[in-house]
Write a protein that binds this ligand. Structure first.
Ligand code: T3D
Length: 261
């Protein structure tokens, strides 16, 4: 019952739940370790072809657990070290997972919690959820990829104001701005997330992983480099059993049965 991350296998996918609800699922070292372990296990499990990441209780994640930062004890925390050893590897791992990650943002997502949600592949949020770049309120810099991802998601003007003002963005606004995929009724969030994950879990997983790779590279490639990359990735996709199955199913006018390979 005191597991800080829950890992629930479903048919073809897993649900990973941040589970420190009394702290709005703020990150401490134990939760970092458990989350990394859950992601490693998902990546190593061939039958796992999609993930849902969500939070227990009324929040999604309030970022770093600030009660671990006690200056009264004379501690001057080395935040570069926490980014290097905890947050940055987590964001890299999420981005590099060879399967789609659906984030079901069930409530407030603040600080690193907001940016970890935004680093997922498809972000669904409960209408009542909000996203807060809380860092500026406490003298910090948006991290976990926020300064890179936000301008790309919402444009330079909104990214600057959000980072500097630390104002909450309600989920429907986040959807309207293109920051997330969809805001849905609170009551239907998990049902919609499960539906999406179950759908993704029977898709051509290896192909979806190549799509993730192409879109990530596109953020920094010029068109020429991206065309070369598309050529290389399409070459790999074209040799996959799922491509052969997709074409066969189309020609035979039947639903495909993708193996994920
Ligand atoms: O440090 C490093 O390693 C560098 C990395 C930094 C990454 C970061 O994420 S920095 C940003 C850290 N996060 C924040 O600054 C957000 C802090 N939290 C809030 O601003 C608010 O809690 C929220 C806006 C997220 C939600 O507000 P509200 O009113 O819905 O809830 P609340 O009453 O503030 O919080 C509920 C409880 O959770 C409360 O505990 P209590 O009073 O009931 O015992 C609150 O203290 C606790 N809580 C919320 N966020 C955190 C937290 N406890 C520790 N750390 C938190 N981040």
């Amino acid at each position: 019952a005191d597991e800080v991350v829950l890992n629930e296998p479903r048919d073809g996918y897993r649900v990973i739940t941040l589970n420190r609800p009394e702290r709005l699922n703020a990150f401490n070292p134990a939760m970092h370790a458990a989350l990394r372990q859950a992601l490693d296990a998902a990546a190593a499990d061939e039958s796992c072809r999609a993930l849902i990441l969500t939070g227990a209780g009324r929040g999604f994640c309030a970022g770093q657990d600030l009660s671990d930062r006690d200056f009264r004890a004379g501690e001057i925390p080395d935040l570069s070290a926490t980014l290097d050893t905890l947050y940055n590897p987590l964001v890299r791992q999420l981005r590099d997972l060879p399967m789609p990650v659906v984030c079901a943002v069930n409530g407030v997502a603040a600080g690193a919690g907001a940016n970890i949600a935004l680093a997922c592949d498809i972000v669904l949020a409960a209408r009542s959820a909000r996203f807060i770049q809380a860092f500026a309120r406490i003298g910090l810099v948006p991290d976990s990829g926020g300064t890179w991802l936000l301008p790309r998601l919402v444009g330079r003007a909104r990214a600057r104001a959000l980072a500097l003002l630390a104002e909450p963005v309600p989920a429907p606004q986040a959807e309207a701005w293109g920051m997330i995929w969809r805001a849905v009724e609170d009551e239907s969030l998990m049902a919609e997330a499960h539906q999406l994950a179950a759908h993704l879990a029977v898709q051509p997983t290896a192909g979806l992983a190549l799509i993730k790779q192409a879109l990530d590279a596109a953020e920094t490639n010029d068109l020429d480099a991206q065309l070369d990359l598309e050529r290389d990735l399409q070459g790999r996709a074209g040799r996959s059993p799922d491509y052969a199955e997709g074409v066969a199913a189309f020609l035979e006018k039947r639903p495909p049965r993708f193996s994920g390979r």
